[in-house]
Ligand binder design. Sequence first.
Ligand code: ADP
Ligand code: MG
Length: 432
Amino acid sequence: MNNDTDVVCKLCEELSVDMAQSVVNSWFTDLEVESFANDRLVLHSPADFKRDVISSKYVPALSRAAKHIFGRDIDVSIAQVGGVKSRQPVRRGPEQRRYSFDEFVVGESNKYAYSAASAVAKSPGKAYNPLFLYGGSGLGKTHLLHAIKDSVRRNNPGLVVLAVTAEAFTGELATAIQTKTTKDFKERYRTPDLLLIDDIQFIARSEFSQEEIFHTFNAMYDAQNQIVITSDRPPRELQAIENRLRTRFEWGLITDISPPDFETRIAIIQSKSQRLGLILPREVIELAAESITTNVRQIEGMVNKLKAERDLMGKSIDVEMAGKAIADLMRENPGFNPTPMYILEEVCKFYNLEPSQITGKSRKGDIVRVRQIAMYLIRTMTSMSLENIGHRIFLRDHTTVLHAVKKVEEHKEHNPAFNNDIKAIIENIKGN
Ligand code: ADP
Ligand code: MG
């Protein structure tokens, strides 16, 4: 990355992974870098009205994007006044994306998903319809979704292709209802040759969206237009989604992506480092592949971090330096190796409670349940002993912690919705 335009380009590219391209185009492509030093990035938006909106709404998303790009925390802010040197607005095309089939490293854990996605990209509407891809966070679902989209756009310029996250779909639908433009909305979503919906689990939050997706699905399916859906879990576990919709998701091909095995992690690290022009000794690659096991996004973060360290220190990377960099990364990203207090905070955030309520004396049913969840997660996600969890955090006996662990395990088994909550909290803790 050698100039400011590149920084903005990269940010937009990163943002467009999770946001509708229309949102990225309207809010972020004309951003300018006012300054970037000591991990503080100050951005400026030339339009007055955008500045406030970006400041109040999008700084966290920009920070996440910057962190992903630079592999470390970047303090992002929006300059309130003044402007910077004017420059040409940046144009970005799909060809600049890094989410292509070529860049996808195939291994045991993702080969079925990969071949299904390539088959769909080759003959949309004919291979598998719908294609339903699911798997944990950071395993390449969005990557494959964009790879399908870009490949179809490139090879079949005549086809209408539309990609959206379920969240953006819900948001756009709400706006369409408010502005009485649902007719246009329906037209837009029910007619493309290829419709890709990322993270479908999020439509569970809105009945309107479910209804709308149902009709969209039917229209698309009947016309033999291709539908691709990604989700963090299989259709049968999408508890909050209506039955009729869930069964439709099962009409085509369902395929999962699991965390990469050691060999695949090695291949991913090699591929990512080569792209960055990094030469890593074998021992460093192995160390990295052993340290970060469940999430490709984190593997990328680590490779970026190694590059940043190399550039800062101007020397090649050896095991000692890599070991330190990985340890730093784990410290900076609590989710790599969460502390008990961090887990407690995440549990509280999920249930909208204060840690003091959980560690306090209350015996109210709701609080007791959440306390048990916190105990369970601390026990299963850290190496802290039952005694220490009890005494140091909850001022309770170790038998209480043991009881909590059993209760939560039982409850998870019998109650899928509860099980999903636990999974969601774990994802939050891991920082996904
Ligand atoms: P998900 O949507 O499943 O949460 P993403 O598709 O956003 O995950 O992937 C996270 C990051 O990891 C992306 O930058 C993506 O390019 C990268 N990635 C995931 N799987 C692979 C893979 N098999 N090969 C190369 N890069 C991958
Ligand atoms: Mg994704």
